[in-house]
Design a protein around this ligand. Structure first.
Ligand SMILES: CC(=O)[C@@H](O)[C@H](O)COP(=O)(O)O
Length: 256
């Protein structure tokens, strides 16, 4: 199971907390998923005192680790300020750092992300950067002090899955000792299983569960998928090959 900044996490599934049809469905989806971490947007929590308090109580009852995020921030300055507020409000040094650089794709802004990550690491934050699979960016983030990397699978909310398997595989090979989490863009459990088969430590998702017709069932599906993928990764999978190879011995056939 993953270890993030020295903390053991009991599950490879991390879930967002937005867009659920109701708080009760959110709670049940979390329970059924076994997710160990909930990511929470500061803007939602601070949006209204009463709604915020009820939401906070619900998250506390789930007994999961809270990962505040800077969702919706479009500059390093905005993200750093949001992270500082989140630290006070949630009493944690953890921050999922999002600095969005592109309106259509919600692609992370690599320059703003690195600037904000360096600043926050220097201030003692434990940063989970939402990044692209760019190797150079990821190297810089690690040099800045990030001990976890969270490359996107596909743009947030698209459900497209793993858009760049090659890039994600390269990242795993380059950073064998850094926990890697595929964050965003997953639509189906099979895509989460694929991320695990690539040797990733965890996946973070929101829309695929929250917007499913049956979020609770989908949460269960993702839970099983990450377990299956992680088991497969540990089981030394066979190498794919181009030529057929009979799996049933020919010895004993009537006609050879
Ligand atoms: C909740 C959160 O942090 C999102 O920004 C995250 O990246 C999930 O993306 P999906 O909704 O595509 O799963």
């Amino acid at each position: 199971m993953p270890v993030f900044y020295g903390k053991d996490i009991p599950s490879r599934l991390m879930l967002g907390t937005a867009q659920y049809p109701s708080p009760a469905i959110l709670a049940e989806a979390f329970r059924q998923s076994g997710a160990g971490i909930a990511t929470v947007s500061l803007r939602r929590e601070a949006g209204g005192e009463r709604a915020g308090q009820a939401f906070w109580s619900l998250i506390e009852e789930l007994g999961v680790a809270v990962l505040p995020n800077t969702a919706g921030c479009h500059s390093a300055r905005e993200a750093v300020t949001t992270a500082r507020m989140a630290r006070e409000l949630f009493e944690t040094n953890w921050i999922k750092l999002e600095v969005i650089g592109h309106a259509d794709t919600l692609q992370p802004d690599p320059f703003g992300l690195l600037e904000a990550a360096a600043q926050l690491c220097a201030e003692g934050f434990e940063v989970f950067p939402y990044c692209t699979e760019d190797l150079v960016l990821c190297e810089r983030l690690v040099e800045a002090g990030c001990k976890v990397l969270m490359p996107w699978g596909a743009p947030i909310g698209t459900g497209l899955g793993l858009n760049n398997i090659y890039g994600l595989r390269s990242l795993r090979a380059h950073f064998p000792d850094i926990p890697l989490v595929v964050d965003a863009g997953l639509g189906l459990p099979s895509q989460a299983a694929r991320a695990m088969e690539l040797g990733y430590d965890a996946v973070l998702l929101n829309t695929a569960v929250a917007r499913a017709g049956d979020p609770v069932a989908m949460a269960r599906g993702f839970a099983r998928a990450v377990e299956a993928g992680a088991l497969a990764a540990k089981a030394d999978p066979m190498d794919p090959r181009d030529m057929a190879a009979p799996s049933t011995p020919v010895l004993g056939k009537a006609f050879l």
